[in-house]
Design a protein around this ligand. Structure first.
Ligand SMILES: C[S@@+](CC[C@H](N)C(=O)[O-])C[C@H]1O[C@@H](n2cnc3c(N)ncnc32)[C@H](O)[C@@H]1O
Length: 587
């Protein structure tokens, strides 16, 4: 009886009542054949419930209320029967009441204040459902994996009904657990962009194979008739959403096994909740309070530091603003022309792992270090190798600090792009739902652009416009060397020349501090490609009529130095005329 009218039915009936009361639209929806979705309530109504709906539609409102009350009473009765069964078998939970919250979800509540270190509940270990118990009770299950044996045993006991010793417990287990294992195709779309889409398909596939093994093994048994794929999936979902480590029962376990702990599994999850599970005298599991719990408050367990993906796949729920949530970012280096050199460097730094888990309050420092290497240009690679040689780096934290402003900005830009890409994939799941969010991402992007105001950058950087304005001699010489067209296309070369030019007058330079530091980096490796540029520029910039440089000032070493400093310290940005231009960050 209880089994027929369990908690879930009650939930569904409540939903039916909403449908019943609400509107013709909902009626229309419920009437559609198949009845997979209820548009109004966004709830899935499966075929079985569609029948119930049809029957309910013929009842009037008081009749529906009466039916709901009956179900509430009967589910309370089920909880009472289970409590009695637990007490008869020496479980204790003197200050705990099992009840439902306003959404109909079961949980455990304190009936009296519970103090720190007080025992909330005690369960004799002989009441646990373990793989060992499954195999001992049904020896045909011996060859199956631990989970398959436990799941099959659970189905077996459910099919036994009230003949099973565990009936009072099994009877209060939810009949539907909404994990991705049982999602419809449409619901699966919500998982697009997460790791759960392929992960759930994989899990289903693994369980299907496992179920085939189970069928082979039990084909000679007695309960094959009732054993279905749906019941097997239910048992697997019960295990994933309610099990505890079997190690609590058997500390000698070497592999991870799952076990079901009646009573102890009636507590809902709260991230970071302080609570202790302890095995007492090797025969009882005790749940001990860490903090004070007021009378009437829900008593929470802590299922461990779990992300929403893990919670959804195993338990069928997510936590808004979950502090333990993360997204996975994978870094791709294969398109980089210097891929091999960078991979070598990453490996020497112990940074080869390309998968990173990002939490709300924690960006892994290894990800930032790895990106610093990935966005390095040739000069930075040389510069960093030099640093490594001279500083005798500690392998693990050698690139935890910025190596230069250009590099750091490029790294942050790349990181922000990776996050944006991830967000776009996630938001792309459902266009209607996402339009708002995409808008807000776009708004925040333009906000960012506004904040990174060009004037602000302009005031900080060494730019062509600025140096031409403040140094008339340099400006005149450059105008004589470069045509108007070249002035634009050769901006980078002109800034490189300016670095050499200004390094002659450090004491009076507007950027004295920058040049004092930069000038010390004078041992960059000889770069072959620069010889050609040097030969091209030398007659122009040392031309006595132009007088930009004396011959000995403009050496190949100086050109290499200024090119490397430019590569390391320059960024591109939009100037006041919205034209993309270069600037050296003099910091
Ligand atoms: C170990 S059981 C907890 C007791 C369960 N609520 C019951 O009625 O039997 C785990 C299940 O409880 C629900 N649950 C636990 N913590 C939750 C939470 N913080 N938010 C939503 N559902 C939760 C999920 O359905 C999950 O699969």
């Amino acid at each position: 009886m209880c089994d027929e009218q369990g908690k879930n039915k009650e939930g569904h009936l409540k939903l039916m009542k909403t449908c019943y009361e609400s509107s013709a639209a909902c009626l229309d929806c419920a009437e559609k054949s198949g009845k997979e979705e209820c548009c109004e309530t966004q709830c899935r109504i499966n075929a079985e419930l569609a029948d119930t709906t049809a029957r309910l539609m013929s009842l009037n409102a008081p009749q529906v209320d009466a039916l709901i009350n009956l179900v509430i009473e009967s589910s309370q009765k089920c909880a009472d029967i289970c409590s009695k069964w637990l007490c008869e078998n020496e479980a204790t939970f003197p200050k705990v009441r099992f009840d439902e919250d306003k959404n109909g979800m079961g949980g455990s509540y304190a009936v009296q204040p519970i103090h720190p270190n007080e025992i909330i509940a005690t369960l004799p270990l002989n009441l646990t459902l373990t793989p060992k118990l499954a195999r001992e009770s049904l020896p045909i299950l011996t060859s199956l994996s631990c989970r398959a044996a436990l799941a099959t045993f659970l189905v077996h006991e459910r099919l036994l009904g009230n003949l099973s010793f565990y009936h009072p417990y099994i009877n209060i287990l939810p009949k539907n657990i909404s994990t991705p294992l049982t999602y419809s195709e449409r619901e699966m779309l919500w998982l697009k962009g997460t790791n759960l889409g392929p992960g759930s398909e994989n899990r289903k596939e693994i369980l299907r194979k496992e179920f085939e093994e189970v069928l082979k093994v039990v084909s000679n048994g007695e309960f094959i008739d009732g054993l279905s794929w749906e019941l097997y999936m239910w048992a697997c979902d019960v295990i994933s959403s309610r099990s505890f480590p079997n190690k609590l029962v058997n500390p000698d376990d070497t592999e991870t096994k799952e076990a079901l702990f009646p009573l102890i599994d009636s507590f809902n999850h709260k991230p970071r909740q302080k609570i202790t599970w302890e095995v007492h005298e090797r025969n009882k599991l005790r749940l001990v309070a860490s903090d004070y719990i007021e009378a009437g408050q829900q008593i929470y367990n802590n299922y461990g530091s779990k992300s929403n993906e893990e919670l959804l796949v195993g338990y069928g729920f997510c936590i808004p603003d979950n502090p333990d949530d993360w997204v996975v970012i994978k870094v791709n280096i294969s398109q980089d022309p210097q891929c091999d050199e960078k991979l070598d460097l990453l490996s020497s730094l112990g940074l080869s792992e390309i998968t990173h888990f990002i939490k709300k309050d924690n960006i892994p420092s290894n990800l930032l270090s790895q990106l610093r290497v990935l966005v390095m240009n040739s000069a930075e690679l040389i510069y960093f190798r030099k640093l490594q040689e001279t500083r005798n780096f500690n392998v693990n934290n050698s690139i935890n600090e910025p190596i230069g402003y250009r590099n750091e900005l490029a790294m942050l830009k790349t990181f922000s792009n990776l996050l944006k890409m991830k967000l776009e994939i996630l938001l792309d799941r459902d266009e209607e739902f996402c339009d708002d969010k995409i808008m807000s991402v776009k708004e925040s992007e333009s906000m960012m652009n506004f904040l990174a105001k060009d004037e602000l950058l302009d005031s900080l950087l060494i730019t062509i416009d600025k140096v031409m304005k403040i140094d008339k001699k340099f400006s005149k010489a450059i105008h004589e060397i470069f045509s108007n067209e070249l002035l634009v296309s050769e901006e980078d070369t002109i800034l490189i020349l300016y670095l050499i030019y200004e390094s002659q007058y450090i004491e009076n330079s507007k950027w004295k501090l920058f040049f004092e530091v930069a000038i010390k980096y004078d041992d960059f490796l000889h770069i072959q490609e620069l010889t050609e540029l040097y030969d091209e520029l030398q007659p122009l910039v040392c031309n006595p009529d132009v007088k930009l440089f004396e011959k000995d000032v403009f050496s190949i070493d100086k050109l290499i130095w200024s090119t490397c400093i430019f590569e390391i310290c320059s960024i591109t940005f939009n100037n006041k005329d919205k034209r993309q231009t270069f600037g050296i960050v003099p910091l």
